[in-house]
Design a protein. Sequence first.
Length: 305
Amino acid sequence: MSGHDHDHGALARGRRGKLAVVFALTATVMVAEIIGAMVSGSLALLADAGHMFTDSAGLLIALLAATLALKPATDKRTWGYKRVEIIAAAGQAALLLAVGGFILYEGIRRLIDPPEVESEAMLWFGIIGLAGNLIGLIILAADRRSNLNMKAAFLEVLNDALGSVAVIVSAVVIATTGWTRADAIVSLLIGALIIPRTLVLLRDTIDVLMETAPRGLDLDQVRRRLLALPHVIDVHDLHASRVDSDTPVLSAHVTVRDSCLTADHVSVVLADLQTCVADDFAVSIEHSTFQIEPVSHRGTETIRH
């Protein structure tokens, strides 16, 4: 277990380092776009800088969560700060929803009353923003499916990249055609891309907070498989959830034959149960707790499911 914990710690420290680099990049690009908005008078650049400010805040939340997740467990917090990652991801989802709503609002407003902008300066600062975002996406790409915190951070940077693309496209269209409403139309498209992804992230975080069974784990199948093990008569009070996106947990009451309740035999039964949930399903559960009960105990429990 110590080697396993060491591997998880190394992964978490690696994620934290990547988040720190991407946060620094995003904050730098945000400052550059604010300067660009002042130089060009572009509301599009200013709006993009505003949503990059929100995304920078989200990345900072993710960085703090990744740092807290490295703190060891204690008698008071037996899982350490693992759940902070989920809370941070939910916060980021809320921020992303606010950004998406702001983009939609601004897009409609600019469609009605398009502003005048300096397209050349807008284009160059848009390119600077996109370059920084692409570097951030490359850094986070390998870890974007590792946990919800990294997924949320990846979506933050992707959100920024889409905003930079919108600025570039708008600048090119305005420079070549003079049609300033291009900025509003592209912004509306970005909002339509951001919100569905954000709702998926929000759904995933709520599932963890509500202690929903991990996606891909069928508890009816788990129950049948446990009942098929030698000496197991009944399985009830079966629960599965996740502490964070990396840590599925399972508990159950397992009734066995009375003859199995010797020290040597019950340890074999317990090992079989733990091996089953760790190895036999698509979602591997290394943290499992089984209460072994004799047949005579079956009638004393009032809650059975």
